[in-house]
Design a protein around this ligand. Structure first.
Ligand SMILES: [Zn+2]
Length: 287
């Protein structure tokens, strides 16, 4: 995605990785070959890798530059983390930091960090290892975290909590908020439970226009054809589907710029209706 400007904000995408992830049937229990077949002509090459048959899935962040603040939304996998997924375990790859710099930002520039949720691919660069200790990556940032989400991950004592969240709390850099928190007139959270219990979208308004980072409300273009298909990592699959359909109904055929975590590059665009399936996604221009 090229940087997108409207009103007095500019939104940059910062990619960490993009590639074949898992087979559709491993991610979506309903994704049998028969069920996918009617859509394969547009999914193959775009959403499904022709060589491996796996989903094409990026992991990425967005940086929102406003006149007052530099705001980071989601922090990818990071380095040296215990993700639980072989491809993401103990990564030693600073691509994300280099891409942040290429977008024009240093770690000191970030004023606020938002996490749509606390899974390992959305909270990893919250922290980095310094002299054997996890410390906040962004020394000047306040991390805005859903209290519901933090409590749920604390109860699970997941590695992503110990590595990505606890060091932020201990450093006194976290602000725990309700899932409908507003930072100001421009930046607000929208509660979107299902994928996780405290999952939020981040809405950005400026100059009469709106963008929304929808996190893991959607994982693949397959769900444009099957918005009722939830995925295996959804905490509550029924709630995730209901949340997705409600959100999509509100966004469909509007001018709102939709920023996704995991739709293939360029990953951002506008949600529209489609004659043959519930939704289509009109992507913005690639880099
Ligand atoms: Zn994710």
């Amino acid at each position: 995605m090229r940087p997108q400007s409207f009103g007095d904000v500019t939104i940059h995408r910062v990619l960490e990785l993009e590639g074949p992830f898992m087979l559709p049937s491993e991610v979506f229990p309903n994704a049998t070959a028969e069920a996918l077949e009617p859509d394969m002509h547009w999914l193959l090459g775009h959403a499904i890798c022709p060589d491996t048959g796996k989903l094409i899935l990026p992991v990425q962040s967005y940086v929102v530059q406003t006149p007052d603040h530099t705001i980071l939304i989601d922090t990818c996998v990071g380095c040296g983390k215990t993700s639980g997924l072989p491809d993401w375990n103990d990564r030693d790859d600073d691509t994300w930091l280099r891409n942040l710099a290429a977008a024009g930002f240093t770690i000191e520039d970030i004023d606020f960090v938002f996490c749509t949720h606390l899974h390992t691919d959305h909270s990893g660069w919250n922290t980095r290892l310094l002299d054997g200790r996890w410390v906040p990556t962004f020394p000047n940032a306040t991390y805005i975290l859903s209290k519901t989400e933090v409590d749920a991950f604390a109860a699970k004592d997941a590695p992503s909590y110990r590595e990505n969240v606890l060091p932020i709390l201990e450093a006194g850099q976290a602000q725990l908020v309700e899932t409908d928190f507003a930072l100001n007139d421009s930046i607000t959270l929208i509660p979107t439970p299902g994928h996780t219990t405290g999952h939020v979208c981040v809405q950005i308004k400026s100059g009469g226009k709106t963008a929304i980072m929808i996190g893991d409300v959607i994982h693949s273009p397959i769900q444009l054809a099957h918005p009722d298909w939830s995925m295996v990592f959804d905490d509550d699959m029924d709630q995730a589907a209901a949340t997705r359909i409600k959100l999509f109904e509100g966004l469909c055929d509007t001018d709102t710029l939709v920023l996704t975590a995991h739709l293939p590059s360029p990953s951002a665009g506008r949600l529209t209706g489609h004659a043959k399936r519930p939704y289509d996604f009109k992507y913005v221009e690639q880099d």
